[in-house]
Design a protein around this ligand. Sequence first.
Ligand code: NAD
Length: 304
Amino acid sequence: MLRFSARVVVVTGAGNGLGKEYALGFAERGASVVVNDLGGSASGDGNHSSRPADEVVKLIQSRGGKAVADYHSVEDGKAIIETAIKNFGRLDILVNNAGILRDKSFMNMTEQDWDLVQRIHLRAAYLITHAAWSYMRQQKYGRIIFTTSTSGLYGNFGQANYSAAKMGLVGLSNTLALEGAKYNITCHAIAPTAYSRLTQDLLPPDAEENLKPAFVMPLVLYLCHESCTDTGSLFQVAGGWIGKVRLEKSSGAMVRRPNKPMTVEDVRDNWKDIISFATPLHHSTQAEQVTHLWDAIRKMNNNN
Ligand code: NAD
């Protein structure tokens, strides 16, 4: 059985839905858990409440686990990390999960709808991860999860603000995986689907039974275990199905010819090859894509 004894975990937005399930899962396997939740509405409007975080902490304690509540907004990331340090003396795992929705068609989306969603999903994840980073670097150990969404990966009507923020988190995870490698800090992004108060009106009737947050939790725990040393991946996870997602690039076309001006017609005439995925490429590093590009340029020049 994979255990988290002596590990300290912060789960943001752990008062409901997916975050609650993660907090319960970590605690059941021996971790000390900071249950962060400001107890807000699904849209981020209205009053806050300590109840959701308190209830999860009570549940964990009633099962013999270790947990403490934290009611800060994720925008006060530094304070949340301090809660972990003050109560448990260290921090090993950070699950960036808190989130809200402000769905509107792009035409009707106000600057406030845009800004609030960027702040809670992307900026706050930066702030809290930055606060966690120095502890993790110092102890040469850390496990970080970012929560993205299929709405970002594939687009979703009415979620321009959310899609943009969620794809921002994929970029953040990719780069932190590189920067964290020599400190044994791993980072992953997950795109979950689960029945929760955020999605209950959007999912089909049998979703409550088939898309339980409990069917996402095991992946998050596995990625955060010390025995899992993979890093920089993106996973789609729902209903018990888990798969890895990566970028695919067409093999493309060199449309420029040596010593000739490059024209719009060159693009038009090569369009089929530019967009063809007949022989796709998958680069896993920046270096690979740079090499591929310069190979193409040199090949073209050599044809002079
Ligand atoms: P949920 O509404 O059930 O839970 C989110 C929790 O975050 C709530 O308890 C809320 O109080 C808390 N929260 C909101 N703003 C906060 C803030 N500023 N500070 C601290 N806590 C805050 O939602 P969920 O479905 O469990 O979603 C969890 C995460 O998963 C979100 O980031 C969401 O975007 C993402 N996600 C969910 C789905 C899905 O199908 N449920 C799909 C894709 C992505």
